[in-house]
Design a protein. Structure first.
Length: 278
């Protein structure tokens, strides 16, 4: 109930720019960095969500500052190119800070120290100091008003799997969990293609309008739908005989219709098949 309420509140306050910083190369960078530093599964998802929320707020603040500067001397105004350059120049540093902060929220795994982060940045030819690294972390914390312990789709997946087990669904728990994590990774890394397919299925049209794309944003950011779709697909792959039962249970638990679950699973499976076909 708590996660469902949190998800609904997030969707109701969704900024127009949601998803802009979940581009494949960014997500892949965070996943690879988390693997390099031996961080747990939840940390990499949390880092992606922290970076997304931080970058959107930072861009909003920069836009507000630019608007306030309109009444000042024209030569003192920041151009859009300078704003873009400012974001680009500190992007990798902010990304590393988000991974650091996410690691500190995980109580059972290694924390990314300043020395580790600096060594990595130096390997990329950046010459940041420990002070600048600390200031970067504080910038993220202040921009997000210290609200950094955000739920991730993995938390939804794991909780729903627990509920399914409690409700009597006799599923292979460990292999299903492992497969769901792999599918969730795949969804993050091929996000645009999967949701583009899902949108076209939903509207029964291969050329969605700008309005339809804008309205579909809440679907793309719905963690509960993503979790349900991942579990449904995992069961379909691993234990197809239980699929209808699981879909029925997921519908009862979340209120998401069997049709929506089927459409998401179809879009995901279609992308998996497409990515493995020569």
């Amino acid at each position: 109930i708590h996660l469902a309420t949190e998800n609904e509140q997030y969707l109701s306050e969704l900024p127009e720019q949601a998803g802009y910083f979940k581009e494949t190369r960014i997500v892949e960078f965070i996943f690879l960095l988390s693997e390099k530093w031996h961080l747990d599964q939840s940390t990499r998802y949390q880092a992606v969500e922290l970076l997304e929320r931080f970058m959107i707020k930072q861009v909003e603040q920069m836009c507000d500052d630019r608007e306030k500067a309109k009444g000042r001397d024209q030569g003192q105004r920041s151009s859009w190119s300078s704003v873009r350059d400012q974001i680009a120049n500190t992007f990798v540093l902010r990304l590393v800070s988000c991974v650091q902060l996410a690691s500190k929220l995980s109580l059972h795994y290694s924390r990314v120290t300043s020395d580790t982060a600096l060594k990595f940045l130096q390997s990329l030819k950046y010459s940041y100091t420990k002070q600048e690294l600390l200031e970067s972390e504080l910038a993220v914390l202040n921009t997000l008003q210290f609200h950094i312990n955000v739920s991730t789709p993995l938390a939804y997946v794991e909780l729903l799997l627990e509920v399914l087990g409690y409700n009597g669904c006799l599923l292979p728990a460990k292999p299903l969990h492992q497969l769901c994590v792999q599918l969730l990774d795949f969804c993050y890394l091929t996000r645009e293609t999967i949701y583009d397919t899902l949108l076209k299925i939903a509207i029964e049209n291969s050329t969605p309008s700008k309005l339809q794309i804008a309205k579909f944003l809440t679907v793309k950011e719905d963690f509960m739908l993503l979790a349900v779709g991942v579990i449904s697909t995992g069961v379909f792959i691993l234990s197809p005989g239980h699929w209808e039962q699981v879909v029925e249970h997921l519908n009862c638990i979340t209120g998401i219709t069997p049709q929506s679950i089927l459409e998401f699973s179809y879009a995901l499976v279609r992308r998996i098949v497409g990515s493995t076909t020569p």
